[in-house]
Design a protein around this ligand. Structure first.
Ligand code: ADP
Ligand code: MG
Length: 270
């Protein structure tokens, strides 16, 4: 087991809190532009990590590196206790040595994006059972039974056979959460799940996410909803220009921020 990078005395490691995600000194460049400049994070089972920061600070890139939608330029990423093996591309970058390892890792991470990208040509239940059946090899009956439970949990049982185009943004995003949960992920990754929603629909999606947090789900959540982050997060990371400028317990980060930048940021979003 690795040493925690963001060791927190108020949040001690116990055997029940195994490490789910460990990132150390992650760098990501797009050409000359260095977007992540050595970001580290350890999330244990049950942790809810809120990632906050201004636009362009590298939040999405960080999440995308964790499930290898982007290849990190350097650094260590360990998911489920598995170090991801990378090979140098000879040009200062690297790529995963084993695609099957990446697929295995992705199958443990449920990702929910800003734009609730449900598959438009499939009904809600079809969206939810697609990956379990066709990628994970779950039997159809079983996948449907689990899918129906998940739709019930996000309050969408009645929309089971409806196409996404006939759903509100809030319903689509709740459907996307059900779809991400259907792979039975160890960690849920949320990238600004409510940013694209009309204000009156934000609450219903936050409620679903808060319920997941209460159930003890491990999550990494990029959000601009500061009040929500303060309520649900066990750890908050403030990213500025690809660097973790400040991090800690939510009551500390929001209640007595040290960095001027963070103070300013909190003022600007609340
Ligand atoms: P955030 O999610 O915090 O708003 P992003 O991670 O999306 O920030 O972006 C961080 C920086 O990286 C921005 O300057 C953005 O323009 C740049 N960036 C993101 N993706 C790419 C890409 N594929 N190619 C080039 N630059 C990118
Ligand atoms: Mg983003």
């Amino acid at each position: 087991m690795a040493t925690a990078v963001s060791a927190d005395p108020l949040h001690p490691v116990t055997s029940e809190q195994a490490e789910a995600i460990h990132v150390r000194d992650l760098h990501k460049c797009f050409g000359e532009l260095e977007v992540l400049k050595g970001v580290s994070l350890t999330a244990r089972d049950g942790d809810v990590v809120a990632l906050i920061g201004g636009s362009g600070s590298g939040k999405s890139t960080f999440l995308r590196c964790i499930n290898f939608l982007e290849n990190p330029t350097s650094g260590v990423i360990r998911i489920n206790g598995e170090d991801v093996r990378m090979i140098s591309d000879g040009h200062g970058g690297q790529y995963p040595a084993d695609r099957r390892q990446i697929e295995r890792i992705r199958s443990r991470l449920g990702m929910v994006f800003q734009n609730f990208n449900l598959w438009q040509h499939m009904t809600l239940i079809q969206n939810v059972i697609e990956v379990p059946i066709h990628v994970l090899g779950v039997k159809r009956d079983e996948a449907i039974a689990i899918g129906e439970q998940l739709l019930e949990r996000v309050g969408l049982s009645e929309k089971r056979d409806v196409y996404p185009a006939y759903l509100s943004g809030g319903q689509q995003q709740r459907g996307a959460i059900a779809r991400a949960l259907a792979i039975q992920p160890r960690v849920m990754l949320f990238d600004e799940p409510t940013s694209a929603l009309d204000p009156e629909l934000v609450g219903e999606v936050l409620k679903v996410i808060a319920d997941l947090a209460k159930e003890g789900r491990t999550m990494l959540l990029v959000t601009h909803e500061m009040k929500f982050a303060r309520e649900v997060a066990s750890h908050v990371m403030y990213l500025h220009n690809g660097v973790v400028e400040e991090e800690g317990r939510p009551e500390t980060v929001f209640g007595s921020p040290k960095s001027e930048r963070l103070k300013q940021f909190i003022r600007s979003v609340s």
